[in-house]
Design a protein around this ligand. Structure first.
Ligand SMILES: O=C(CO)[C@@H](O)[C@H](O)COP(=O)(O)O
Ligand SMILES: [Fe+2]
Length: 226
């Protein structure tokens, strides 16, 4: 199944925002599969990052797919800006929008892929009836808002249950995990069924350097998922 291929997805949070373009070029050279832009509004999460204009200016520095992880209230009001900025996939939080089904279909209607993210405390039943409107599901393995937090291993049974749910619905869509992914934690997430692995602080701070850190995560995940 296409969704089973391991993808290593850096979060841009540890980048130098004053030199984002060159960090994006370094990431592409390091062999990552797509780039995650963490958009935070200071309301849905207690932190503020950047908006669609920064993503738009970054587009010329990378040919990789871009995904916007929108940690913002009422994302339905600004989706168009992220698609116009060059995002191939837009991720909204189930907790951030009242009309989740409509919001996911709105993303597809704008010509991008749609994904839903779940905070650690949000149960899978909240998204069961919108899975046919999703091109990916993101299970948060930290409470969103900050990079560098500890991985919540209790999310692994949730990932495994989501995998079963998708299989029973015959939906071939990937499961992404985000938060605390490192060589110590990636195997558990991959074994449970995650194939798209977001990593920020671990790959950027690795003594191996970016390229070897990305290769190490990929190899660990590929072996664990077999
Ligand atoms: O969305 C988020 C945090 O809210 C993530 O994308 C993190 O920023 C990933 O960083 P690490 O946990 O890997 O440092
Ligand atoms: Fe993220």
């Amino acid at each position: 199944m296409a969704s089973e291929r391991i993808q290593i997805v850096p979060s841009v949070l540890p980048c130098d925002f004053g030199a984002l373009g060159s960090d994006l070029e370094r990431l592409e050279d390091a062999g990552v599969d797509k780039i995650q832009f963490d958009v935070m509004d200071g309301h849905f999460v207690p932190n503020l990052t950047f908006g669609a204009d920064v993503i738009k200016s970054s587009r010329k520095y990378s040919s990789l797919p871009f995904e916007a992880h929108l940690m913002i209230e009422a994302p339905e009001n600004t989706l168009e800006r992220y698609v116009d900025a060059g995002c191939d996939l837009v991720i909204v939080h189930a907790e951030a929008t009242t009309h989740l089904h409509r919001t996911l279909n709105q993303i597809r209607g704008l010509g991008a892929k749609s994904a839903v993210a779940l905070n650690p405390a949000t149960p899978l039943c909240d998204i069961e009836y919108v899975l046919t409107s999703c091109d990916m599901v993101l299970i948060m393995t930290v409470n969103p808002g900050f990079g560098g937090q500890a991985y919540i291993a209790e999310m692994e049974p949730k990932i495994a249950r989501l995998k079963e749910m998708l299989e029973s619905l015959k939906l071939d869509i990937p499961i992404e995990v985000d938060g605390g992914i490192s060589p110590k934690t990636v195997e558990g997430a991959a074994r449970a069924g995650a194939t798209h692995l977001v990593s920020g602080s671990s790959i950027f701070s690795s003594p191996l350097g970016l390229k070897a850190a990305v290769a190490e995560l990929r190899e660990l995940a590929e072996t664990a998922s077999k």
